[in-house]
Design a protein around this ligand. Structure first.
Ligand SMILES: Cc1ncc(COP(=O)(O)O)c(C=O)c1O
Length: 448
């Protein structure tokens, strides 16, 4: 990586550079790598987090106006109500030889919120939950092929898409994902299609007719489904006995209490949740109709740590608080206020951006429209940090973001955009240099 031996590195950066020798990739989640933002300025490590405040290991206190734990902390960091219940089960034991009753309570809660589903399995991360869902679809249908749209994690079933043709996943979402280490025998088992491209979907559904176990997709993300798109996919699944899996790992508990599909009229056979459902605690769920989920009985899906007690306790507490406070309304309000602010300020200062919430303000983002957009990204990040904000070109609001936080953030955003407008007019060279010295591809394609 080009950043080794960065001159004048902060203490945190020195630790991170050392960690690259100890931890391949420096950390366990690609989206937390500091070179995605600004390797020289990003504070990298936290010592504590509460509400939207993060104290860094270098002793700075910042307010988070970026992605709140990559979308996991929908109530805010260290939410008191969730923590109180979690602390209680920590005191009474998080694991034992017997089963934690909270998992049955959570299963009941999830099927109550999603009345089309009757059965539930649990895991602890999004990617592994997706692997479970795909396994269940394959065993139920006795077929192998998965047609999918979007990002669904790190597992073999998904990365197999890049075995067939160079960088198929790049065309869909994540460029440059390697398929090394994925058994070549999985070639032609995972085939991507673009969201809202019904023609491509029809072609693939025809080409692989009789072989498709599952269609895997998010019901919505950076764009809404065009009328008829999801309906036609549902119809094809019904006609051909294909399992429709909605990946709600990021969209769940963003627009309503539960999966965003509850707001539409197309239901899946399986839906998968993680992230926001337990407010940052490790928890994920696979819910589905009993007909499909019973397939789990004829394969082997089992793990010790999927039975610990903190995850389901945190999920129950998160869902209870979410529902009691209609948190989705706050998320929508906060996301809309910020993306409206981005648009108004950038337009008035003549800094061109694309700010699109795709009709889902709780997952807002913007992208600079400039040849040196990467340079603008890293300078924006640095100047916002100087003003006490952890900020980049996404905003995933939480219940802990107040009107005052947002208004103060938008004041800083305006100051920084004024400086960026001046740079664009008078010093493009600075943008070119910033882009060249921070070479990582910019973030929006990754997380949209
Ligand atoms: C839609 C979607 N699916 C799957 C995943 C993978 O989840 P995890 O990072 O918990 O493994 C993510 C994570 O960003 C996601 O957004």
């Amino acid at each position: 990586m080009s950043m080794v031996n960065r001159k004048g590195a902060s203490k945190a950066l020195e630790v991170y550079l050392k960690s690259l020798e100890l931890i391949p990739g420096g950390t366990q989640l690609f989206s937390k790598r500091p070179d995605l933002f600004n390797i020289d300025a990003w504070p990298i490590y936290f010592s504590s987090a509460s509400g939207i405040r993060i104290e860094t290991t270098d002793g700075k206190v910042l307010r988070d106006m970026s992605n709140m734990g990559v979308g996991s902390c929908v109530l805010g960091y260290a939410d008191r109500d969730v923590s109180r219940k979690v602390m209680k089960v920590i005191k009474s034991g998080v694991q034992s030889t017997l089963i934690a009753p909270e998992e049955i309570q959570l299963a009941e809660r999830l099927v109550e919120i999603h009345p089309w589903a009757q059965m539930v399995r649990f895991a602890r991360s999004g990617g592994e939950a997706m692997s479970i869902a795909v396994r269940i679809a394959r065993v139920t249908t006795n077929r192998d092929v998965v047609l999918f749209s979007g990002y669904h994690g790190w597992a073999d079933w998904y990365l197999a898409a890049n075995l067939s043709k160079d960088d198929q996943l790049g065309a869909v979402l994540l460029p440059g994902l390697s398929s090394r280490g994925i058994p070549k025998g999985l070639a032609d088992t995972a085939i991507p299609f673009e969201f809202n491209n019904i023609e491509k979907f029809r072609k693939l559904a025809g080409k692989y007719k009789g072989k498709i176990a599952s269609i895997v997709m998010e019901p919505r993300r950076s764009e809404k489904a065009t009328p008829g798109f999801l309906e036609e996919i549902r119809q094809v699944c019904d006609n051909e006995g294909i399992v429709l899996i909605f990946d709600e790992i990021t969209t769940g508990w963003r627009a309503c209490n539960g999966g965003i599909h509850l707001l539409g009229n197309v239901l899946p056979d399986i839906a998968v949740f993680a992230k926001a459902m337990a407010n940052g605690h490790a928890m994920s769920a696979i819910i589905g109709t009993s007909e499909i989920m019973s397939g789990a009985n004829s394969t082997f899906i089992s793990s010790t740590n999927w039975t610990e007690r903190v995850g389901p306790t945190a999920a129950l507490a998160t869902i209870e608080k979410y529902q009691r406070n209609s948190v989705h309304e706050h998320l929508s309000w906060a996301g809309s206020r910020v993306s409206k602010g981005w648009k108004e300020i950038s337009t008035s200062l003549g800094v061109e951006i694309d700010a699109n919430d795709g009709g889902l303000p709780a997952l807002s983002s913007f992208a600079f429209k400039h040849p040196y957009s990467r340079g603008l990204d890293v300078i924006f990040c640095q100047k916002m940090l100087q003003r006490g904000w952890l900020a980049h070109n996404q905003f995933k609001p939480s219940f802990a973001h107040s009107k005052k936080d947002i208004d103060q953030y938008l004041d800083s955003f305006e100051e920084v955009f004024k400086e960026l407008a001046t740079l664009i007019k008078t010093d493009e060279e600075a943008l070119r240099v910033a882009a060249a010295t921070h070479p990582t591809a910019s973030l929006p394609r990754l997380t949209k």
